[in-house]
Design a protein around this ligand. Structure first.
Ligand code: NDP
Length: 246
């Protein structure tokens, strides 16, 4: 199996890359700016995956349409094919809607929604030729609405709409598209955020804790297996049973 995961240099993306590597997959991960983190991820995956596997990092800004096409082509050449694409790269820029800058709106929408569209569009041609492929998009429970996150919530709701549309359009061609919808997960993205969110989560989540990156990676692996070919257009929540952001 050959995997491409965007934003695989750290956090959830890195855990996804690690999981697929441990399962014997060839892995291409992308990063945006932190080359050192990407190199260290490649090194770590290689240690688990063994010498046979191809593990590579590619610099990519998913907001750039041409760069996406070029990177997908390079990944296919480098891994000698592609089976699974995980749109994981994503950002937050929280501001009250009434005060939100054009830049904050556009940057989040471009990264979290338009970027995954470019990636999907680019891989679909390849997937259609081979009459198989798995797309897994990393959304968020914020898709249902989140105070102070109008841009982020809208981008993730849009990503689910994109996923379900692809499921209908390309299911007949042997391609599945599903979304994993994490709750609050322990990553750097959260460390940079508001402590009150962590408090809210620990008090309100039925399981009483934040999720781990490995738990999200496990859900992505499940949806990507050959045996999951009848799961299409699904949104798989990894949220400990709490489905509402504050
Ligand atoms: P991190 O902030 O830890 O990592 C983000 C990754 O995306 C990095 O590899 C970063 O690269 C890359 N990236 C950022 N901007 C771009 C861009 N324009 N083009 C390409 N790559 C880019 O994120 P998390 O692991 O926390 O989150 C991963 C995904 O999971 C996101 O989509 C997020 O919305 C979603 N999610 C996270 C939750 C959480 O609690 N953490 C909860 C629900 C959903 P670099 O470091 O090089 O800049």
């Amino acid at each position: 199996m050959n995997l491409l995961v965007t934003g695989g240099s750290r956090g959830i993306g890195r855990a996804i890359a690690m999981r697929f590597g441990a399962e014997g997959a060839n892995v291409a991960l992308t990063y945006m700016s932190d080359e050192e983190a990407a190199k260290s991820a490649v090194h770590q995956i290689r240690e688990q995956a063994g010498e046979q596997a191809t593990i590579k990092a590619f610099q990519l800004d998913v907001r750039k349409s041409e760069a996406v096409d070029e990177t997908i082509e390079a990944v296919i050449q480098s891994l000698d094919g592609l089976d699974v694409v995980v749109n994981n790269a994503g950002i937050m820029d929280n501001q009250a809607a009434a005060m939100m800058s054009d830049e904050a709106w556009s940057r989040v929408m471009d990264t979290n929604l338009t970027g995954p569209f470019y990636v999907c569009r680019s891989v679909l041609t390849h997937f259609m030729l081979q009459r198989s492929g798995r797309i897994v998009n990393i959304a968020s429970i914020a898709e249902d609405g989140a105070s102070g996150q109008a841009n982020y919530a809208a981008s993730k709701a849009g990503l689910i709409g994109l996923t379900r549309s692809l499921a209908r359009e390309y299911g007949p061609r042997g391609i599945t598209a599903n979304a994993v919808v994490p709750g609050l997960i322990e990553t750097e993205m959260i460390e940079e955020g508001d402590d009150r969110l962590v408090d809210y989560w620990e008090k309100s989540c039925p399981v009483g804790r934040l999720g781990t990156v490995e738990e999200v990676a496990d859900a992505v692996w499940f949806l990507s297996r050959r045996e999951s070919s009848f799961i299409n257009g699904a949104t798989l929540r990894v949220s400990g049973g709490l489905d509402a952001a504050p």
